[in-house]
Ligand binder design. Structure first.
Ligand code: MG
Length: 275
């Protein structure tokens, strides 16, 4: 979790923060064959120079502010009858390609808008706009996740028509986006078969927070060691209620079930998770 690193609020530490963000995350791991676990304390992480109590306090302050903004977004989306889906994954899992092919497959049957989150560039928003749908690019700089405040401003620039879908493509990162509610109806975690099938166990917070897991790039399964059944078993170990689809955006295999899942949640704006 990155809530204590200050990327969400530069004043959170009460001092200037000039270390690269990644330096906070390097502590957990095996060194010389030993297992060092820095997540055993009540804060669930360790930051040099901070007590566990202070870490908990900082995290609570950041997340409560975010939760307030998320509640505003959620109420606004519900008022407009808009379904918002928050797509999260590692970098390279294929979120943008999935969105492009989802938009192409929907072929105008649902109105779609997209919020793109990346550290830098507008490349992904450009790809989405090339499909003919509105997109807002958010660049987070050194920030490693979207927060509800950023998403609120992006919603200002989108049409928010009743019955439409807003896809929010989060910054590629399986750690920090788990903690930040954006006001979405559902969090969708994308896991590609070119990654390890034990990701749900390695990054349990994200899979615990997600409503749905999409196993993507399944056209590559013959060429990799990824076991979809094992990935699903691991995901259900951390989140017994998680839904799952397997698909390839490139070939179209499995896309129909995903499109149907979306459509069933937009019609009548019923946000119930039915598996
Ligand atoms: Mg992308």
């Amino acid at each position: 979790m990155c809530t204590v690193c200050g990327c969400n609020d530069p004043s959170a530490h009460g001092h200037e923060h000039d270390r690269p963000h990644g330096l906070h995350h390097h502590a957990v791991g095996a060194v010389h064959g030993h297992h060092h676990n820095y997540g055993d304390g009540p804060a669930g992480l360790s930051v040099s120079g901070f007590t566990q109590e202070r870490l908990i306090e900082i995290e609570r302050d950041i997340l409560s502010g975010n939760d307030d903004d998320a509640a505003v977004n959620r109420a606004r989306l519900a008022e407009h009858g808009v379904l918002a889906l928050n797509l999260v994954s590692s970098p390279g899992a294929g979120k943008t390609t999935l969105l492009v092919e989802t938009i192409n497959a929907l072929d105008g049957s649902l109105q779609v808008a997209v919020i793109e989150g990346d550290q830098e560039t507008a490349n992904d928003a450009d790809r989405i706009r090339a499909c003919g749908v509105p997109a807002v690019q958010i660049n987070t700089g050194r920030g490693c996740h979207l927060d509800a405040h950023m998403v609120g401003h992006a919603l200002d620039e989108l049409p928010l028509d009743a019955g439409s879908v807003v896809f929010i493509e989060n910054v590629g990162n399986l750690v920090c986006p788990a903690a930040f509610d954006l006001g979405e109806a559902f969090k969708v975690v994308v896991l590609s078969v070119t990654e390890g099938d034990d990701k749900p166990l390695k990054y349990p917070d994200m899979f615990a927070a997600a409503n749905l897991m999409l196993l993507t790039k399944i056209d590559l399964l013959p060429h990799v060691d990824f076991d979809p059944e094992r990935a699903l078993e691991y995901a259900r170990r951390v989140n017994p209620a998680i839904g799952e689809f397997r698909l390839s955006a490139r070939t179209g295999v499995g896309m129909a079930a995903w499109l149907d899942w979306i459509a069933r949640r937009t019609h009548g704006v019923s946000f119930a998770l039915e598996g």
